[in-house]
Design a protein around this ligand. Structure first.
Ligand code: UDP
Length: 321
């Protein structure tokens, strides 16, 4: 596969995947709603094509899918504080646009790479989760679950397209990606608060955990899976196995940013509203991807956080602490 369309190609994961594919000698079309400042350097690359448009524009999608051998469908509203307040938009982009993309790929016989989410498992308490673990979600009256539900619907549809029409695909369930350019998640919020001298706002008591996965490790997994045909037509957890509590994360980021710890504890409902439920533990079983392509996350959290802090320090025009 030589020519790739990446939906959400200028977002956090999309921009890193674009850069990696260009380094591999591929041609990349990045479809996104906006062109962030970091896209300027990419724009100069002769094999990179930026397309600023909405993924809801079928005409644009048709043209782009036609040009490519492979479609990486990354576009989504993935931040909890956005999707609990913009549920309809999350479902429109997740489901309407998602079905359009998959159908175009299916009808043209191209390869599909789909980023699903660890949110799929909801609040299943039996961690670590193998890919066939149960989805344990709250009520459909609770908007937190709209993102998980839209991704799960697409996973079902993709599987069905493979069974009925031999769609060639890989689905990955991403576990808390982080790194330079991340916006809207706990990690970049803590980094900004620490760098700008504000208390870090810990939701709940901070005992909830996540397995934070550095972006370079994730992109390595994506590329290995795309390039290994024997690994296609199934779903993989892609994540670090190291579980970190939000309170420990707050301490680590404060120390790395050279600040003494200063935290403000807030109730989830006060920050996120009533239509939110938190997930206490989120841990992947990564034995499947390890067997398929020999992948394991290798970047220690402190190292990845150091990269993020250095990136953000420069972006904010701050001196190193
Ligand atoms: N969180 C926090 N402070 C913040 C933002 C998030 O304590 O400023 C918590 C949030 O309540 C959740 C965890 O950090 O328990 C991870 O949140 P994130 O928004 O990164 O996404 P999630 O992993 O829940 O999808």
């Amino acid at each position: 596969m030589e020519r790739f369309l990446i939906t959400g190609g200028m977002g956090f994961l999309g921009s890193h995947l674009s850069e990696r594919l260009l380094r591999e000698g591929k041609e990349v079309w990045a479809l996104d709603l906006f062109e962030p400042p970091y896209a300027r350097r990419l724009r100069e690359h002769p094999r990179f094509h930026m397309v600023v448009d909405t993924i809801m524009n079928r005409g644009t999608l048709e043209k782009l899918v036609d040009r490519c051998d492979a479609v990486c469908h990354l576009a989504a509203i993935a931040c909890p504080d956005q999707y609990v307040h913009q549920t309809r938009k999350t479902m429109d982009i997740g489901l309407r646009a998602g079905f359009e993309v998959i159908d175009l790929v299916r009808l043209t016989g191209k390869f599909l790479f789909f980023t699903s989410t660890s949110e799929i498992y909801g609040r299943n308490p039996d961690v670590p989760w193998h890919e066939d673990a149960d989805r344990v979600l709250g009520s459909a009256e609770v908007d937190r679950w709209c993102y998980s539900t839209s991704k799960a619907a697409l996973e079902h549809y993709i599987r069905a397209c493979q069974l009925d029409e031999q769609l060639d695909y890989v689905t990955v369930r991403v576990f808390n990606a982080y790194g330079p350019r991340l916006r809207g998640r706990v990690l970049d919020k803590f980094v900004d608060d620490a760098l700008e001298g504000r208390p870090l706002t810990v939701h709940g008591d901070g005992s909830q955990t996540r397995c934070f996965t550095y972006v370079d490790d994730l992109i390595e997994a994506f590329v290995r899976l795309i390039e290994t045909p024997s690994a296609h037509n199934t779903v993989y957890n892609v994540g670090s196995s190291v579980e970190t509590s939000i309170l420990d994360l707050a301490h680590t980021i404060s120390a790395l940013a050279g600040r003494s710890p200063s935290f403000e504890f807030l109730k989830h409902a006060d920050v996120m509203g009533e239509s939110y439920e938190d997930i206490q533990r989120r841990v992947p079983d990564v034995s499947k991807i390890e067997r398929a392509v020999g992948w394991k996350a290798t970047t220690p959290l402190e190292l990845g956080l150091g990269e993020m802090i250095a990136y953000r320090t420069e972006e904010l025009g701050l001196a190193h602490a």
